[in-house]
Design a protein. Structure first.
Length: 236
């Protein structure tokens, strides 16, 4: 296998062995010409059964704060493998918005705006800001709730809309197996609604700016103080 073939084979490989969609928010170019820090904030799908290699991967990089945004029923049905695990600080900030299927493709970006204003969202961002270590956050597929938090963090760091949109759409590739399974088990679901596409994130960013203007105003609306807002920027 040559270098190109190896790169293509591993292009959409999750950072953890037991997940499909664990990725780094580091390495994106910002408007100031810098890059977002690597191995500080990870986005992920749910980690139900992490293996020892996964635990070691995270510990070796200081990523020991885990934020689970799934609702109570999902957490009870399939507990996180990090809950009560020594060496990790696990938090479950339940966000029910975004856990269901929107009624149409047009409704998806509006559902993302409702995720951004969810009651538990201040807890999510405050936890990231105050974490003494690296952070990994997740929902179920790492697509909607996780996608919104990722987009807002990257926007706050000064990453371009194009890269924010690309980061969101990558879930289509990383989560291909999960999407195929959904289609197989729930054939009546319109896959166009639950498959990430460029338009969903483009429209969400437009709605977000129309509602809040910028991330600083948004975080203030959530009740975060200036120190926490700065800490979120400094994290990345």
């Amino acid at each position: 296998m040559n270098t190109y073939e190896y790169a293509e084979t591993n292009k959409y490989r999750s950072l953890l062995k037991t997940t499909q969609n664990t990725r780094d928010l580091g390495g994106y170019r910002t408007k100031k010409g810098t890059q977002t820090k690597k191995e500080v904030i990870l986005r992920s799908d749910v980690q139900n059964y992490p293996c020892e290699e996964d635990y070691d991967y995270l510990k070796n990089r200081g990523i020991t704060t885990i934020i689970d945004m799934r609702g109570a029923k999902d957490v009870e049905r399939k507990p996180s493998g990090f809950a009560g695990n020594e060496g990790f600080a696990y938090y479950n900030f339940q966000i029910d918005e975004g856990s269901g299927v929107p009624e149409s493709m047009k409704a998806v970006p509006k559902s993302y705006l409702s995720i951004a204003s969810a009651n538990a969202m201040p807890d999510v961002f405050r936890c990231i800001a105050n974490a003494k270590s690296g952070v990994m956050f997740n929902c179920t597929a790492g697509k909607d709730r996780t996608g919104v938090v990722s987009a807002i963090l990257l926007l706050h760091a000064g990453v371009s809309d194009k890269d924010i949109i690309d980061d969101y759409v990558f879930t289509k590739e990383y989560g291909k197996e999960r999407l195929e399974l959904v289609h197989k088990n729930f054939p009546d679901i319109d896959m166009n609604i639950i498959t990430p596409c460029k338009m969903f994130m483009e429209e969400f960013l437009r709605l977000f700016r129309a509602e809040y203007s910028d991330t600083h105003t948004y975080f203030r609306s959530l009740g975060l103080n200036e120190s926490e807002i700065k800490a979120l920027y400094d994290k990345l």
